[in-house]
Design a protein around this ligand. Structure first.
Ligand code: HEC
Length: 313
């Protein structure tokens, strides 16, 4: 079984064994719930989308980006936008390995690197990193170490990496922007709720021209890795089942979830199957979020119409 699981996860038996042993002292033990997070983490750590056209450009293939995309890259890295104040380095976020390592070395406000306020919503709507978990512990490491710093982390959110971002809309923590064009407009006008303090560096009226905004969007779209777009290894997968809304008995009546006494007031989920894809991937690309909004691909020209039955539940 270990070999099979390791194979499915594209890990060597040794890598898999290490992550398994890390959570189950007797590694012949049965798979347990509390073991799952570390094996899933080990699998996810293999999913690095580092072959986008932007990566190819940095690897020396100057033809990988169009002139417009290169202009977008220049703007993204420059003082006209300040995007890389927060979406820094190859990870496109300070809240990742490089940013965390570097900041911890430096000390100072090192404990929550990569968390910023962009003014997407008022702080009173959602304190973000300024919140506490259900045991009352602060989300913020800065506050855990120094309770007096609580006001400095209100309304801060984690800077996401931007690879494959054309597939991951809607954007921001509240899904408030539907398209990348809207995100750039949002930054260009200096956020929607800049008041209340804590606004991150580089957030201010940038007043980008329409042509510059379009170039930055073109650059963001060049951050997609075709292995992801076509679900090629290591981004292939077994059959997956996803929820696609709720079950109804008529246009106005929801069916209740009877699967557990815990959820008596919830509607029953409706499931769709995403069929298994082998290592060579699909012929049809995944639908981008823009295409979903425009209804492009509903004709089957994009992979996974979500019309398939889930056969494993
Ligand atoms: C002050 C730091 C900061 C700056 C400067 C910044 N960002 Fe962001 N960015 C963030 C944070 C934090 C979020 C998440 C906000 C949220 O969830 O509400 C984000 C979210 C995004 C998203 C949405 C990603 C998603 O999956 O939801 C995109 C796209 C994006 N930024 C692109 C840019 C671009 C392009 C620029 C430059 C014009 C830029 N950012 C400048 C910190 C920053």
């Amino acid at each position: 079984m270990i070999n099979q699981m390791a194979k499915q996860l594209h890990l060597t038996r040794r890598e898999f064994g290490q992550s398994w042993r890390a959570c189950v002292p007797d590694w012949t033990s049965r798979y347990t719930d509390w073991c799952a997070p570390s094996t899933i983490q080990a699998y996810e750590a293999t999913l690095i989308a580092d072959d986008s056209r932007v990566d190819q450009f940095f690897d020396g293939n100057t033809a990988a980006l169009t002139a417009d995309e290169q202009n977008g890259l220049r703007l993204f890295r420059g003082r006209q936008t300040d995007c890389t104040d927060c979406h820094a380095g190859a990870e496109l976020t300070l809240a990742s390995f490089s940013g965390v390592g570097e900041n911890q070395g430096r000390g100072g406000r090192a404990n929550d690197p990569g968390f910023f306020r962009t003014g997407a919503r008022p702080i009173t709507d959602d304190a973000g990193l300024g919140g506490v978990d259900s045991f009352g512990n602060p989300f913020s490491r800065t506050v855990a170490l120094n309770a007096g710093a609580a006001n400095t982390v209100q309304g801060l959110f984690k800077t996401p990496g931007l690879r494959n971002v054309e597939f991951t809309g809607p954007y921001q923590h509240n899904g408030g922007q539907s398209t990348l064009e809207q995100v750039i407009d949002f930054y260009s006008r200096g956020g929607d709720f800049p008041g209340g303090g804590n606004l991150g560096p580089g957030i201010g009226n940038k007043n980008l021209s329409a042509a510059d905004k379009a170039s930055v969007v073109a650059f963001l779209k060049a951050l997609s890795d075709d292995r992801v777009r076509y679900e090629r290894a290591p981004f292939d997968h077994p059959e997956l089942c996803v929820t696609v809304g709720q079950q109804t008995s008529s246009a106005t009546t929801l069916l209740l979830d009877t699967s557990s006494p815990q959820f008596v007031l919830s509607a029953a989920d409706r499931w769709a199957g995403v069929p298994a894809v082998g290592k060579a991937g699909s012929v049809a690309p995944l639908q981008t979020f823009d295409e979903l909004l425009q209804g492009i691909g509903a004709d089957g020209s994009r992979a996974h119409s979500l019309q398939d039955r889930c056969s494993i539940l």
